[in-house]
Design a protein around this ligand. Structure first.
Ligand code: G3I
Length: 457
């Protein structure tokens, strides 16, 4: 709550700063200034994005800041940076208790000098852990992780606009499960513990969950992250944003429902960021679509490409970026700039006002919805459960009860049972999107109801 009341004012200040700094940067470099409201087109990615209340950023490898061709493009085109590797756990705490901020501080200083915003990447991750952390487990690891979050977020307090607090914690494929890792094995609450520690250490940074393969709205991984964010918002875990890495392997890999994914996350009351964009062979169409999708969603705050020139890319053999190895603009660059320039500026007023809760601006795929269980009060012989449906205003939810447990009373839905009495179908009855019921344990105190399906309509 405190956070959502803070975000709009802060966002307006950031936007103003971005526009001013972009204009100043243009004065210094391009000699052509485009002020907000001007009819002429901005000539750089950052300036154009700023006119639309967004940022356009890039991952930066600090060692390349000595390359003047690289730095010239960086300073001219981008108004946001992410450290490609220098803020990872192994880089910042190579030995336990010994922090090494040199390279990261250099990037933050460069960004500050150029009026660029900084995304911190990343506080807690199964990968790029230093050897000492890889060998840890249980409470020792949990405490070491939380200490890392606290120390690092405190060190950079006031200098980081967004932290990728947790990176890549879900499995690929159809399971929708968490990724197995030493961090996950410390307990399922490790992610929310990391977010709480980050909020405490830097109350002004926006806190994001960041992942790849959460671009297609129909993917189990996307749905699983969506449910986690929904759960965090409902329980007051301090999460402000979701980062979609968006490493696309080809034009066909850009999903046509990408905008649905962005708007559905946004409808949960979080901002969305495209954090590591690169596309195999840099097809103009796919790049253009990504920009248009972001501009169509008010809470999509900006786009970061994962490197400047193809030769800087972690997959340089796929030529996935906007500049070639000689620093020349590629056709995809022109497509991105044109899409940014033709986007409408954000509405005046308060563009970060969250949409009505429970109503995604774009509905989930036809026919589906999400049902989230919230355990209620427990007595010696019975317990309550409530279920909240999102993604549809009329719905039916199938819930399985484990015999010999039996539902004894219900509310806020229309309930029916199959012949066994174990499978319950609940239909919306106009009394809202949350229904509830009491279950008699009948000797089985551990089983809990399972959602089998949620169908819209
Ligand atoms: O700098 C050393 C060099 O001194 C050494 O000789 C060489 C030998 O292996 O390694 C160099 O470090 C490499 C570093 O990139 C800098 O090039 C690491 O081995 C290599 O593991 C590291 O890869 C990075 C990768 O994350 C793993 O952390 C990539 O640059 C970076 O682009 C990539 O970024 C990730 C995001 O953090 C999360 N999302 C996916 C994305 C792509 O994998």
């Amino acid at each position: 709550m405190a956070n959502s009341s803070r975000a709009p004012g802060r966002s307006r200040r950031l936007r103003t700063a971005l526009v001013v700094s972009a204009a100043v940067g243009l004065l210094a470099t391009a000699g052509a200034v485009v002020l907000p409201g001007s009819a002429s087109a901005a000539s750089t990615l950052g300036a154009s994005a700023a006119e639309r209340g967004r940022y356009f950023g890039t991952a930066v490898a600090v060692s390349r800041l000595n390359d003047s061709a690289y730095t010239t493009i960086l300073n001219r085109e981008f108004n946001q940076v992410t450290a490609e590797n220098e803020m990872k756990i192994d880089a910042l705490q190579p030995n336990q208790g010994q922090f090494n901020y040199g390279n990261a501080d250099r990037l933050v200083q460069h960004a500050r000098n150029q009026g660029m915003q900084v995304r911190g990447h990343t506080l807690a991750w199964h990968s790029q852990q230093p050897g000492w952390m890889q060998n840890m487990s249980g409470t020792t690891l949990r405490n070491a992780m939380l200490n890392h979050v606290t120390q690092v977020a405190t060190h950079f307090r006031g200098q980081i606009a967004w932290w990728d607090v947790v990176n890549e914690a879900f499995q690929d494929g159809s399971s929708g499960a968490r990724r197995d890792s030493n961090l996950q094995r410390t307990g399922n609450d490790w992610i929310e513990a990391a977010f709480r520690a980050a909020r405490q250490a830097d109350p002004n940074a926006q806190l994001c969950y960041n992942d790849y393969n959460i671009d297609n709205w129909n993917d189990a991984k996307t749905q699983a992250v969506y449910r986690m964010v929904q759960d965090f918002k409902s329980r007051g875990v301090p999460i402000d944003c979701v980062g979609l890495q968006s490493h696309f392997t080809g034009g066909s890999n850009y999903p046509s429902n990408y905008r649905t994914t962005l708007s559905s996350f946004a409808a949960l009351g979080v901002d969305v960021h495209i954090t590591e964009l690169d596309i195999r062979n840099a097809p103009s169409d796919a790049y253009r679509n990504v920009v248009n999708d972001c501009l169509a969603v008010a809470r999509c705050k900006g786009i970061t490409v994962w490197g400047i020139r193809d030769s800087d890319s972690w997959r340089s053999n796929e030529s996935p970026l906007l500049f070639n190895g000689s620093g020349q603009k590629k056709p995809a660059y022109d497509a991105v700039l044109a899409a940014l320039n033709s986007g409408t500026p954000p509405p005046t007023g308060n563009p970060t006002t969250p949409p009505p809760t429970g109503n995604p601006t774009t509905p989930p795929p036809a026919g589906s919805c999400t049902a989230t269980v919230t355990p209620g009060q427990v007595w010696g012989d019975r317990y309550n459960t409530s279920v909240t449906v999102s993604g549809a205003s009329t719905w039916s939810v199938v819930v399985a009860i484990t015999a010999p447990q039996r539902v004894s009373s219900t509310w806020s839905g229309s309930f029916s049972w199959d012949g066994s009495g174990n499978i319950m179908t609940v239909r919306s009855n106009g009394s809202g999107n949350t229904f509830g019921f009491t279950t008699m344990m009948n000797g089985n105190s551990s089983a809990r109801p399972q959602i089998r399906s949620c169908t819209a309509g």
